[in-house]
Design a binder for this molecule. Structure first.
Ligand code: NAD
Length: 259
């Protein structure tokens, strides 16, 4: 069944590349008007050229609270998706290989960027027909399993799951739903940067590292594709998702099972 979001609007933060860009495309396919925010101007230009008139783009750094507030004021939004995040780029196993100060930038972007975004868009989310509105925060399996690759990243991802639950309760009286979406392994720049940071020797390849990790951790034994997050995000924004809030949806080939 094709989901129709014609007449609705979505803002995708971190929408220029990877999973965010796939979510942008899925909302456009569903007929929504989309604004992609990102700090990567070049990638936004490519995205604009590939997509039609229903897409707007703007360069915003989510650590810049003032810029986000300025952008969000007066913006109509039915669905807010927060996909922007970074890893530390450092080897994180064992955790004491890193310095406490290595955590700051990751927390600033991955946790505080998400906090900034939700704060900035509260007025827009509480305006108009709130019953159809939703927020989706990209988390990670790493936020649920104590992943031994990048502790500040894992801790930020655990924190956004908790924040999604707080926000879900706060927004519930208005009918606005808030969920977290957790990918497993997706071929993107961010995923490859984890391999680079933890690379053991020059002969190992990203594909070999990822294949071994997937076979070890994922029951379905395969990569997740960016488009699978677009499909899930559109479903959660749609009528079909109207009773789902405060949840963490793992699209991870079965990596995380609470059983
Ligand atoms: N790729 C994976 O395997 C994987 C696994 C689990 C979770 N995730 C999560 O999925 C989301 C998307 O990740 P991805 O793999 O597509 O990464 P990506 O690096 O391909 O895309 C992230 C986007 O966020 C943007 N961004 C980064 N810092 C920003 C800032 N300060 N302000 C504005 N934009 C900023 C980047 O420019 C980029 O376009 C992230 O939240 C990530 O943590 C990814």
């Amino acid at each position: 069944m094709k989901i129709d979001l014609t007449g609705q609007s979505a803002v995708v933060i971190g929408g220029a590349k990877g999973i965010g860009a796939a979510i942008v495309r899925s909302f456009l396919d569903a007929g929504a008007r989309v604004t992609a925010l990102d700090m990567d101007n070049e990638a936004l230009l490519v995205l604009s050229q590939e997509n039609g008139e229903n897409l707007n783009t703007a360069v915003v750094d989510i650590t810049d609270e003032t810029a986000l507030n300025e952008f969000a004021s007066g913006e109509a939004v039915d669905h807010l998706i927060c996909a922007a995040a970074i890893g530390s780029g450092k080897p994180g196993f064992p955790f004491w290989k890193m310095k406490p100060r290595d955590w700051s930038k990751v927390i600033d972007v991955t946790l505080m960027g998400t906090v900034n975004a939700l704060h900035a868009f509260v007025p827009a989310l509480l305006e108009g027909d709130t019953q159809r509105k939703s927020v989706l925060i990209l988390s990670s399996v790493a936020g649920q399993i104590g992943s031994q690759t990048d502790p500040p990243y894992s801790a930020s991802k655990a924190a956004v799951i908790n924040f999604a639950q707080c926000a879900a309760k706060d927004f519930a009286p208005y009918g606005v739903r808030v969920n977290a979406l957790s990918p497993g392994m997706v071929k993107t720049e961010l995923n490859e940067s984890v391999f680079e940071a933890n690379r053991k020797d020059s002969s190992s390849t990203y594909d070999d590292w990822a294949e071994e990790k997937i076979q070890k951790t994922s029951p379905l034994g395969r990569w997740q594709e960016p488009e699978e997050f677009g499909a899930t995000a559109v479903f959660l924004a749609s009528e079909g998702g109207r009773n789902i809030t405060g949840q963490t949806i793992n699209v991870d080939g079965g990596q995380v099972m609470h059983s």
